[in-house]
Design a protein around this ligand. Structure first.
Ligand code: NDP
Length: 311
């Protein structure tokens, strides 16, 4: 019997994804139909973006799984009408690689002090030599699919690395800390902090006045994770006092960032418009198709979300 796949995301996404999804699904050998509309009671799988029109899953009576197109799932984990497995996107060739490149670029910008030469209105001949990577302490909060890949690249460059996750990790060249007790050890004296945590009730405001005070004076925050990880008022106070020298922020509590938000005009804040990384249609389509194939042959799904943990 043919399986029915509903693509529930914005119309422009369908244009980007349709050919790639069909190609990847064809390669599985499954007999399938995929479209942006179909009767709910006939749908087996939903390829999903959290801001899609589908918010009530109860009419989808034969649904087997929801396959989220994005890595972040805070927009759907709390949906009590969803009673089937939910998977999130781990797309090593696209999403992960993009994040590794974005974080590496922004870490190197701050590590090397590039701004002093790119923005140098007084033509200062300042020969301050930056430290080597091994002399720079970088802490990564979140050592999942993205954080661990970022750690791998920064380690390759020689940075002195620390990391923090919910469970204890063992990553070569990274001093790994876990749980509430491990947070302070991960942050104490850190010079660059990269946030790659999900947005959950446990991670909200993890960067606040108390944790900012643990960092090395003049530290830098790089946040491609989620906006609610940071207490915004505390961040601005730390920038204004000099405890932080810069914050590079890709994600915000409200997106697009409102025009009158103080981050736009703050001289020590770089705003990027949630472009740190993106699910890439060719490779992400293969991940989606593989999970549908697994489900159909009774193999465990990849990247299943722990709804209780919220990610
Ligand atoms: P993962 O689920 O693979 O990793 C999340 C990490 O956070 C894990 O190491 C997890 O610990 C850790 N974590 C979760 N809760 C806690 C907690 N309470 N205390 C300590 N550590 C915790 O996610 P990804 O790496 O794939 O993605 C991370 C986030 O990046 C996404 O949730 C999304 O918000 C963001 N993102 C942003 C993008 C952008 O363009 N700006 C693009 C893609 C993703 P453990 O390993 O023990 O479970």
């Amino acid at each position: 019997m043919s399986i029915n796949i509903l693509f529930a995301a914005q119309a422009d996404r369908w244009t980007q994804y349709e050919a790639h999804l069909r190609r990847a699904l064809d390669e599985t050998g499954l007999d399938y139909a995929i479209d942006t509309e179909m009767p709910p009671e006939e749908v087996d799988y939903i390829v999903y973006a959290p801001n899609s029109d589908v918010q009530d899953f109860r009419p989808y009576t034969r649904l087997k799984a929801v396959l989220n197109l994005w890595a972040g799932v805070e927009g759907i984990t709390g949906n009590e009408t969803l009673n089937v497995p939910l998977t999130r996107m781990v797309d090593e060739e696209g999403l992960t690689q993009g994040m590794v490149e974005w974080v590496t670029g922004h870490v190197l910008r701050h590590h090397l002090g590039m701004d002093a030469h790119i923005v140098n209105p007084d033509h200062a001949w300042d020969k301050t030599i930056p430290p080597l990577a091994s002399e720079r302490v970088v802490t990564i909060l979140g050592l999942g699919a993205l954080g661990s890949a970022v750690a791998g690249m920064l380690r390759h460059l020689g940075f002195t690395l620390r990391g923090w996750a919910r469970s204890q990790k063992a990553l070569d060249g990274v001093a790994c800390h876990a749980g509430e007790d491990g947070l302070d050890a991960a942050l104490s004296g850190a010079e660059i902090v990269v946030l790659l945590l999900p947005d959950t009730s446990d991670t909200r405001d993890v960067i606040n006045a108390r944790t900012l005070a643990l960092l090395a004076p003049g530290a830098v925050i790089v946040n491609p994770g989620r906006g609610p990880l940071i207490d915004e008022a505390d961040l601005i106070s730390a920038l204004d006092s000099g405890q932080l020298s810069h914050a590079t922020l890709d994600v915000f509590r409200t997106e697009p960032l409102p025009q009158d938000h103080p981050f736009w005009a703050h001289p020590k804040v770089t705003v990027t418009p949630h472009i740190a990384s993106e699910t890439r249609p060719p490779s992400a389509s293969r991940v989606i198709a593989e999970n549908i194939r697994r489900s159909e042959v009774g193999e465990p799904l990849l990247y299943v979300v722990d709804r209780d943990a919220g990610y």
